[in-house]
Design a protein around this ligand. Structure first.
Ligand SMILES: CC(C)(COP(=O)(O)OP(=O)(O)OC[C@H]1O[C@@H](n2cnc3c(N)ncnc32)[C@H](O)[C@@H]1OP(=O)(O)O)[C@@H](O)C(=O)NCCC(=O)NCCS
Length: 185
């Protein structure tokens, strides 16, 4: 892979950029403290803005590593930080990244995560020379799978009781896309 770190990526409605500690209030208010957003995620809603601030401090430190990919999704029209998307795993030995994402409930079902994921996929294939991009979702959270499918990722199967989130142990649907099959957006 040809690591480039968390570069700024602009789409029609979004700016994908590095997080700043000063995003804490919007991150806390818009998604990190919402238990509906974190329902199928591995982490619990924050409960307290100090948790958000500490996490952001860690993330900002991590940007020193150019194989760390974690974008803040900023909605241009409102200039609000509304969510995050990034590589939750980077597997060097197979040139592969695994993607995770979430956004504020207020912005659901407007095609925003599809726009963000499409841009990230293009970045990883074209700029970082990744060969395989994967993502998983709890089978009880099909909206996440729709985003993957709309971005051209292929359903590869379901792993039974193979992960754990705020709902407990769950089945996960696995999606993947390899460079060979990538036709662009
Ligand atoms: C999952 C999530 C990222 C989707 O983001 P989004 O910006 O709303 O996604 P989009 O609008 O691009 O697409 C969502 C698709 O799911 C569909 N959808 C919404 N609710 C659904 C449901 N209950 N069942 C099936 N599909 C559903 C939408 O209709 C849309 O598909 P369409 O364009 O074919 O109509 C967002 O809901 C979220 O942040 N959820 C909480 C965190 C999370 O679950 N993250 C993923 C963990 S794997």
């Amino acid at each position: 892979m040809n690591h480039k770190g968390t570069q700024i990526i602009e789409t029609k409605r979004l700016i994908l950029r590095k997080f700043k500690v000063s995003d804490a209030q919007q991150m806390f208010d818009n998604w990190a403290n919402d238990s509906e957003v974190t329902k199928y995620l591995t982490w619990p809603s924050h409960g307290n803005i100090e948790v958000t601030k500490e996490l952001l401090s860690d993330w900002v430190q991590n940007y020193q590593n150019n194989s760390y990919y974690n974008w803040c999704i900023e909605f241009k029209e409102t200039a609000q930080a509304i969510g995050s998307i990034g590589a939750v795993k980077v597997l060097e030995y197979i040139n592969s990244v695994s993607i995770g994402y979430c956004i504020s409930k207020e912005y659901w079902s407007k095609g925003i995560m599809t726009e963000a994921l499409g841009a990230i996929i293009k970045f990883f294939f074209d700029e970082v020379d990744v060969n395989r991009i994967s993502a998983t979702h709890d089978t009880n959270n099909p909206a996440s799978g729709r985003v993957m499918a709309k971005c051209g990722m292929k359903y590869e199967g379901t792993f039974v009781q193979a992960a754990c989130n705020q709902q407990g142990i769950c089945d996960i649907a696995v999606y993947g896309l390899v460079k060979r099959d990538y036709t662009g957006f």
